[in-house]
Ligand binder design. Structure first.
Ligand SMILES: C[S@@+](CC[C@H](N)C(=O)[O-])C[C@H]1O[C@@H](n2cnc3c(N)ncnc32)[C@H](O)[C@@H]1O
Length: 245
């Protein structure tokens, strides 16, 4: 049986594989995802931040050091919360077990920045999610997120070829919704949304999309030319920065 996003990471085999992959200095997260997230973050001074699907909340100390007023991270995986809470935390950092779908998280006019890294492709309804995020942001506040790129979530034919796949297949692109993937030793449910879906769901709420990125690799971050070539073939991640006006 396939697991929903958060439960998936509580599978011991999945969690071990995830930590092993994230620990590698050449991981796609460190070479592609994190640098673009850093680029998209607004000036952090005095901001109240909500991080949805925060994982081990590794970025929290950096955000506080850059001047953020407070950081609240939630994640639905017990193992992730255990990992995040196991580190010494600044009193301005709060981490809690919780689900992105929980409407109670989104108290009106509470945060200046809602951040989410690689969790929105586990969420079925972008419209409901973005409506809640819009509500919880103060006017002028930002939503910055990364998600698996729609060319990757469109189907599982590529992933079936294993981690060293040589071709990527984009298929059923406009047939959006639930997908099941065998991945990292488990089976997970993701939700495929098109690029247009992300944009339209943001615009519908009144967000102004200020930035859109697609994990274009920066050659300076790659010593290994072969890896750079591989990362230049398809976009792994989608990023957006949107402002509540
Ligand atoms: C790929 S990990 C990314 C973790 C972290 N944001 C990072 O980039 O280091 C995805 C995270 O989203 C969490 N997640 C997935 N679906 C969720 C949901 N519906 N509610 C809360 N957390 C969820 C998972 O538990 C997992 O920690």
């Amino acid at each position: 049986m396939a697991d929903a996003g958060a439960q998936f990471y509580d599978n011991p085999e999945v969690f071990a594989t995830y930590l092993e992959r994230r620990g590698q200095p050449t991981s796609a997260n460190d070479t592609l995802e994190l640098p673009i997230i850093r680029l998209l973050l607004p000036e952090l001074k005095d901001l109240s931040i909500l991080d949805l699907g925060c994982g081990d909340a590794a970025l929290a100390p950096e955000l506080i050091k850059a001047g953020a007023h407070q950081y609240f991270g939630i994640d639905g995986s017990d193992k992730m919360i255990e990992l995040a809470s196991g580190k010494p935390l600044d009193s301005r950092i709060r981490i809690s077990h919780g689900f992105i779908e929980n409407p109670e998280l989104y108290q009106p006019n509470t945060y200046d920045l809602v951040l989410s890294r690689l969790a929105f492709h586990y969420i079925e309804s972008l419209e409901v999610l973005f409506e809640r995020i819009y509500q919880t942001l103060r006017p002028g506040g930002y939503l910055v997120f990364s998600a698996e790129h729609p060319v990757i979530t469109s189907n599982q034919l590529s992933i079936k070829q294993g981690s060293n796949r040589q071709d990527w297949v984009v298929d059923r692109y406009f047939m959006t919704g639930k997908r099941q993937f065998k991945w990292m030793g488990g089976e997970v449910i993701k939700y495929h949304h098109t690029l247009e879906d992300y944009f339209q769901a943001l615009s519908k709420q009144g967000f102004v999309v200020e930035e859109l990125r697609e994990s274009r690799p920066d050659p300076k971050r790659f010593k290994d030319r072969k890896l750079l070539e591989r990362r230049s073939r398809v976009p792994l991640y989608l990023f957006m920065k949107a402002r509540k006006v």
